[in-house]
Design a protein around this ligand. Structure first.
Ligand code: DGJ
Length: 704
């Protein structure tokens, strides 16, 4: 006899979940607006239970959090296991439920096959829901894990569309909306990292979803290795979202008595538009994920040497760049690739982590001292997981890279990946980093990763754990050093690596128009304070586009601001404009980095707009990328304001105000104008210009 209750519920302030347990499975029958505390669960379950449809098994498969093929469930199952080379015919039944106010643990067992799977869902303080599964081998023989989803989420009936975040190098997180009934979604990565494909992020939505209305589920796999994602629509129209680590056969083998935990999946649910899902993720990142020391201290303005110097660095150029950086208000000077032994191009030296004796005959110290004497922090680029075949390290230890004995060792960017699962390799890398950080006053590491992990040789999963262990070891020994995760831009960004990294490099593409597009994808999940956002040169080295400094600088303010260009090479007016924007960023970063971020101006063609609101202050950015269709551009409506409050609005013009008459009433904007929240929400404000490549900053202050 089963002791299971017939149904259970899990509630958070804005959502309820109800699970029908009567068929020996946890069937999610409600995921949506909160239901009354005294709701009769059985009555509810009966009212939503579906009958059998034609061409279904006589007992239709439970729509559960652990769908299995053995029930007649006809799309991808949540679990696949093998013993002695044969697929296990699993019959996992729900045997127990453990409940706390914020969590549910569904314990499944298959006695005949000696397998247990616990599916755990937990509501975190931020309101984000964490899902993961634990597999235990109770049998007497080993079992191979082919697949186990971290999250199998039966989707509500409103889920008709999805926004994907696919991309490529220098064009990450491109949002594409698809209709689920048109064939669903399948995506996976094979390079040992999440990659640029964006398949570790997804938003499921109702057809009418908007910034402040409609239904949405935003989901993410917090895992820095390969993933797989699917959204499949059954023949009866019901859809299932699945996310988990992608495993190679043989990678996870459990001996009798052993268990394996999947990575965490995260999801948020909203009945009030996209903004609620974004706010929940930002809350979560700031309060529960990002290293606390970094999320509490002001995000310092960077100058990174990459787009100013590339590999062509020497002491005079570096010290002059640092001087020019200090003069415009930069607070941290980061020496990018090119500083270590023999590294004059990308064909050499990875693994030899000592300062190049030709550039730095006395080591890094004189440069670090120079930078610190200017009042700036010092940061350094490293790519610790890699080795160049042309390096002392490779010549000494050629078999420390991931490879398959007897096979070719194909390179990418002329480099190979070190096998961090070997203790001696990880120790070597740790010692190099420890020496650099102990001997020099370095406050920041840009940790790059420019090559995928082929051939994996069954190492993908273990390599990710070895990376986490290495990062943890470095952080334990040097807790004040901030680390940025970079993988040719945004090739390895996820909520697990962000437990260890204060910042992610959103893209190698610093073209402000492209960045607006790229960042808008990242901002759906990640807060401004963690998003590296730099002012690049004009013309931009990747796109060739020229953009005014005023536009570039305003766009870079909405993130963790930095500069990736040589201020000394700019015109005097560009330099002054950049310095004015850096000063403005410092004034507003507390608001920007703690803010609830909403999209505005979605109705203005070619415009990207955000309102960052924190307490009584807010800062809005409206950036017009292309020439407007009409002279009369539509008013910009705000979101998330208190309709009953009054706000003073000011147009912030860093530097010289435009003189061409586009600002119709500059005095009014300067001294401010007061409007009610209701007016701003419903009628909006009219911005003065519709020219392409113009950006506006509007400050808001609650006055009553
Ligand atoms: C790729 C990074 O994304 C760039 O910002 C730069 O650091 C280069 N690597 C250096 O090799």
């Amino acid at each position: 006899m089963s002791n299971l209750p017939p149904a259970v519920r899990l509630d958070q302030s804005a959502q309820s979940m109800i699970f029908d347990l009567r068929r020996g499975a946890a069937e999610l029958v409600w995921l949506g607006e909160p239901l009354p505390a005294d709701q009769d669960l059985l009555v509810f379950c009966n009212s939503v239970s579906q009958g059998r449809r034609p061409s279904q098994p006589d007992e239709p498969p439970p729509w559960s959090v652990l769908p299995q093929t053995g029930w007649g469930y006809s799309t991808t199952p949540a679990v696949g296991l093998m013993r002695r080379g044969t697929l296990l015919p699993l019959q996992l039944r729900l045997v127990e439920v453990a409940q706390s106010p914020a969590s549910l643990l569904f314990i499944h067992g298959d006695e005949a096959n000696g397998i247990g799977i616990d599916v755990a869902w937990r509501i975190l303080n931020s309101g984000v829901i964490e899902a993961r599964a634990r597999l235990t081998n109770f049998g007497s023989e080993p079992v191979d894990v082919l697949d186990l989803a971290s999250l199998a989420l039966p989707l509500p009936s409103w889920a008709s569309h999805a926004t994907r975040y696919s991309g490529r190098w220098a064009a990450e997180m491109q949002q594409t909306r698809v209709r689920l009934a048109d064939g669903g979604i399948a995506s996976a990565s094979y390079g040992g990292r999440p990659g640029f494909g964006g398949g570790n992020w997804i938003r499921i939505e109702s057809a009418d979803l908007g910034e402040d209305h409609g239904h949405a589920i935003s989901a993410h796999l917090a895992w820095s290795g390969d993933h797989r994602l699917s959204v499949e629509c059954n023949a009866d129209g019901r859809a299932m979202l699945m996310m988990g680590a992608r495993l190679d056969p043989g990678e996870i083998k459990l001996s009798p008595g052993q268990s394996w935990d999947t990575p965490r999946a995260l999801f948020t649910v909203s009945s009030e538009g996209v903004m609620a899902t974004r706010h929940a993720y930002h809350r979560h990142a700031n309060s529960e994920v990002l290293p606390s020391s970094s999320s509490r201290s002001p995000r310092k303005v960077h100058l990174n040497s990459w787009e100013a110097l590339g590999f062509a660095m020497d002491m005079p150029k570096l010290t002059q760049l640092a001087d020019a950086a200090a003069a415009i208000g930069v607070e941290r000077f980061v020496v990018d690739d090119g500083w270590f032994k023999g590294r004059r191009n990308d064909r050499t030296s990875l693994g030899d982590w000592i300062a190049d004796p030709d550039i730095f005959p006395a080591g890094l110290k004189p440069l670090v001292d120079h930078v610190r004497a200017l009042g700036l922090d010092f940061g350094l680029w490293v790519e610790p997981e890699m080795v160049s075949p042309a390096s002392d390290l490779y010549r000494r230890c050629p078999d420390w890279c991931i490879h398959i004995a007897g096979q070719d060792r194909p390179t990418q960017r002329n480099q190979l990946v070190l096998d961090l699962t070997k203790a001696e390799v990880s120790d070597y890398v740790y010692k190099c980093l420890d020496t650099l950080l102990s001997e020099n006053k370095i406050s920041y590491l840009k940790w790059d990763h420019n090559r995928e992990l082929f051939p994996l040789a069954g190492k993908g999963h273990a390599q990710v754990f070895a990376l986490y262990a290495l990062l943890d070891r470095v952080r334990a020994a040097h807790p004040d050093v901030e680390i940025e995760t970079c993988a040719s831009g945004g090739g390895r960004v996820d909520y697990e690596i962000l437990r260890r990294c204060a910042r992610y490099w959103a893209s190698d593409n610093n073209d402000a128009i492209e960045r607006l597009r790229i960042n808008s994808g990242w901002f759906d999940f990640l807060p401004l304070g963690a998003t590296g956002n730099h002012v690049g040169p004009s013309p931009n080295p990747i796109t060739g586009r020229c953009l005014p400094m005023d536009f570039r600088a305003k766009v870079a303010m909405f993130g963790h601001m930095g500069v990736e260009a040589d201020p000394a090479a700019m015109s005097a007016s560009d330099r002054a404009s950049l310095a004015a924007h850096i000063a403005l960023y410092k004034e507003w970063r507390d608001v920007l980095h703690r803010a609830s971020l909403t999209r505005i101006a979605e109705n203005v063609p070619g415009a990207f707009g955000y309102l960052a609101l924190h307490g009584a202050r807010g800062l809005a950015l409206v950036a017009q990328t292309r020439f407007a269709d009409d002279y009369a551009s539509p008013p910009i409506k705000m979101h998330g304001l208190d309709p009953a409050a009054s706000y003073r609005l000011r147009l912030l013009l860093a530097g010289t105000p435009p003189s061409d008459g586009r600002v119709a009433q500059p005095e009014l904007w300067h001294s401010g104008t007061v409007k009610t929240g209701l007016e701003l929400l419903k009628a909006g404000i009219l911005l003065p210009a519709s020219g392409p490549e113009t950006a506006w900053l509007i400050s808001l202050e609650r006055v009553a």
